[in-house]
Write a protein that binds this ligand. Structure first.
Ligand SMILES: [Zn+2]
Ligand SMILES: [Zn+2]
Length: 262
């Protein structure tokens, strides 16, 4: 214990950490900078990426959910296996790009903390951790969806990618979100084959490239569950769409795409 403290103290002196936003010393991304980031608090259509009309992302499932179905663009619905897309921020913001690049390519895994906070804010989940008084608590409970219906999972990495980075960036986000919102995180999907890097491919080729890329781990039943599928960035959506397809064949009722940025 003492040794760990001492070791951390020495590491901090030798290798001071500076905030990626304001350069303040002490942490990789400070809470002041985190608070300044503007969050999308409405879900998006996974196909055309326009905002969906309902203003609460994390609403109780059916029957209240019926108006969501109406809100989902009719022409887009048949083109995706995702129910909706929750993207906390925009990837066109240079600061967001910097954070995600540092997380994924400089291997700063501590960034899972602030990045998962952005997602949690965007999920608009009623905060039950600090209910003020009895009446407020009652109000919150009324709004709260049935948590046992939800499962969080992450887009898996290929084994070689995982070895190279040392961690699955989406899984670390999913675990943090699960801990904070009190929703079970489950490791469900497995990569079935090596795919070509999506960046080099056209939209159509990306879709074909992803076909058959994932399988469900043995013995997992998702009957009637709503899956929050976590990834870092949403571009063409073909990876998430393929994951969602497989999750639905295992019984999932709905799959929501949940990402830091789009
Ligand atoms: Zn800062
Ligand atoms: Zn649409």
């Amino acid at each position: 214990m003492l040794f760990t403290k001492l070791r951390n103290f020495i590491i901090e002196i030798l290798f001071p950490v500076f905030c990626l936003g304001c350069r303040k010393e002490g942490m990789v991304f400070c809470s002041d900078c985190l608070d300044k980031i503007e969050i999308n608090n409405k879900p998006f259509c996974p196909v055309c990426k326009f905002r969906l009309a309902n203003d609460r992302s994390f609403v109780a499932p059916a029957p209240q959910d019926d108006n969501l179905v109406v809100n989902f663009h009719r022409n887009c619905r048949e083109k995706t296996n995702l129910k909706k897309l929750i993207a906390a921020v925009s990837y066109s913001d240079p600061l967001i790009k910097k954070l995600i690049d540092n997380y994924k390519y400089q291997f700063i895994r501590e960034l899972n903390q602030p990045l998962s906070q952005l997602i949690i804010k965007s999920l608009n989940f009623p905060d039950v951790r600090h209910p003020g008084n009895y009446k407020e608590k009652q109000e919150i409970n009324k709004k709260l969806p049935d948590l046992s219906k939800f499962i969080i999972t992450a887009v898996p990495l290929h084994k070689r990618r995982l070895q190279w980075r040392g961690f699955n960036q989406s899984e670390l986000l999913g675990e943090k979100i699960g801990q904070q919102l009190n929703i079970e995180f489950k490791d469900i999907l497995k990569r079935n084959k090596k795919t070509d890097p999506q960046v080099k491919l056209s939209f159509e080729k990306r879709k074909i490239n992803m076909e058959g890329a994932f399988v469900i781990k043995n013995g997992i039943n998702l009957h009637k569950k709503i899956i929050l599928l976590v990834d870092d960035v949403y571009t063409s959506g073909s990876t998430m769409n393929e994951c969602a397809k497989i999750l639905k064949t295992a019984g999932a009722k709905e799959v929501w795409g949940v990402v830091i940025a789009k």
